[in-house]
Design a protein around this ligand. Structure first.
Ligand SMILES: CCCCCCCCC/C=C/C(=O)SCCNC(=O)CCNC(=O)[C@H](O)C(C)(C)COP(=O)(O)OP(=O)(O)OC[C@H]1O[C@@H](n2cnc3c(N)ncnc32)[C@H](O)[C@@H]1OP(=O)(O)O
Ligand SMILES: NC(=O)C1=CN([C@@H]2O[C@H](COP(=O)(O)OP(=O)(O)OC[C@H]3O[C@@H](n4cnc5c(N)ncnc54)[C@H](OP(=O)(O)O)[C@@H]3O)[C@@H](O)[C@H]2O)C=CC1
Length: 295
């Protein structure tokens, strides 16, 4: 979507950049000229992704570079190490994509305290630790940086069976809006993306395992009748991390093929046939007449 070189000179940290959506977004940011630091807990995974993305970038003109630094986003010292290594390699930090997450589907009453803590700590604590560290650095150095948080649609609607994730994503979303209000005076922008289903191994293994996968078609309640493509999400993420979105802050943009609209009272009536609509129309018109005393 963006023109070549749209992110030239920018350095962006992508948490969870070794797999899934973080990897796909990192690939596109690099194509657009950004230098990207990917980080997550598993060094071998981010090393392999860095090798792959470096190889791809070598085939392109004007692509950025990639650095892999291991980090658990629940650990402030490791976050500060990612920042120091990024600054040492690329000079400064301009953007932060909070994409790391933990999640699994479960009835809430089956969760231990530790299970609940694990999800909330990765998603909420990890997001505010990283944002706080990078925000302080930007304020101290007069850098007009940009944060993008990967949220979910259920951060605003709520959802059963993923309650720790909903609690944490909801908290991260309100942080996005709150800090956008507070740090706007420094030129720092914070936005969020709320994706619907975009197939990744990480999400599908934990949210859509058997027998669920055989029991339901995740596209059936999506108005566009399909899951998302990684490139579609990467386009939106690159735009929100770029200067082209310079007047957007505190916003959450939903990209879900219309899935959240399923809450609309009558939006599920697509199974009604034309013959049935004829019948329904006649029935309603009879009722209209009756109410006017014409029946
Ligand atoms: C419709 C289509 C879809 C479409 C999808 C629609 C969109 C969904 C939107 C959101 C999507 C996402 O976030 S997708 C992101 C998915 N990716 C990830 O989750 C990647 C990272 N995840 C992980 O590493 C693991 O899954 C996770 C458990 C979170 C963390 O691993 P750790 O090694 O740190 O922790 P562990 O020690 O294994 O587990 C911590 C505690 O959690 C408990 N625990 C772990 N799994 C459990 C389970 N299934 N049920 C109960 N409890 C569980 C353990 O027993 C431990 O508690 P005790 O027994 O008390 O010790
Ligand atoms: N796929 C989908 O349909 C949707 C996804 N999302 C969101 O998109 C984002 C990416 O998810 P997706 O790509 O699907 O799944 P992945 O499992 O591929 O991505 C999650 C990433 O988070 C990293 N991570 C987990 N725990 C930590 C930690 N403590 N510290 C640092 N990194 C960590 C993992 O790496 P490692 O294990 O090496 O640490 C992994 O790379 C998440 O925020 C998710 O909530 C939102 C809506 C829908």
């Amino acid at each position: 979507m963006l023109r070549d070189g749209a992110l030239n000179g920018k350095t962006i940290i992508v948490t969870g950049g070794g797999t899934g959506l973080g990897k796909s977004i990192s690939r596109y940011l690099i194509q657009l000229g950004a230098n990207v630091t990917i980080c997550s807990r598993r060094q071998a995974v981010i090393d392999e992704t860095a090798r792959e993305l470096t190889e791809e970038a070598s085939q392109l003109t004007g692509a950025g570079q990639v650095l892999a630094v291991a980090c658990d986003v629940r650990n402030p010292e490791q976050i500060e190490n990612v920042m120091a290594e990024t600054i040492a390699r690329f000079g400064q930090i301009d953007g932060l994509l909070n994409n790391s997450a933990g999640n699994f589907i479960s009835p809430t009453e089956r969760l231990s305290y530790k299970a609940f803590d694990t999800i909330v700590d990765i998603v909420l604590r990890g997001t505010y630790y990283f944002t706080l560290a990078v925000g302080k650095y930007w304020i101290d150095n007069n850098i007009k940086g940009t944060v993008l948080n990967i949220s979910t649609t259920y951060a605003t609607t709520g959802s059963g069976y993923v309650v720790p994730s909903a609690v944490a994503k909801g908290g991260a979303l309100i942080m996005t809006k709150s800090l956008a209000a507070e740090w706007g005076k420094y030129g720092i922008r914070l936005n969020a993306i709320a994706p619907g289903p975009f197939p990744t191994k990480g999400a599908w293994d934990r949210l859509f395992p058997e027998p669920l996968a055989s029991m339901m078609d995740p596209t059936s309640r999506i108005p566009l009748k399909r899951v998302g493509e990684h490139g579609e999400l990467a386009n939106l993420a690159a735009f929100l991390l770029s200067d082209y979105s310079g007047y957007i802050t505190g916003e959450s943009i939903t990209i879900d093929g219309g899935e959240v609209l399923a809450a609309g009272e009558f939006s599920h009536l697509e199974k009604v046939t034309n013959d049935q609509w004829d019948m329904i129309e006649q029935t309603i018109k009879q009722a209209n007449k009756a109410s006017k005393g014409q029946a």
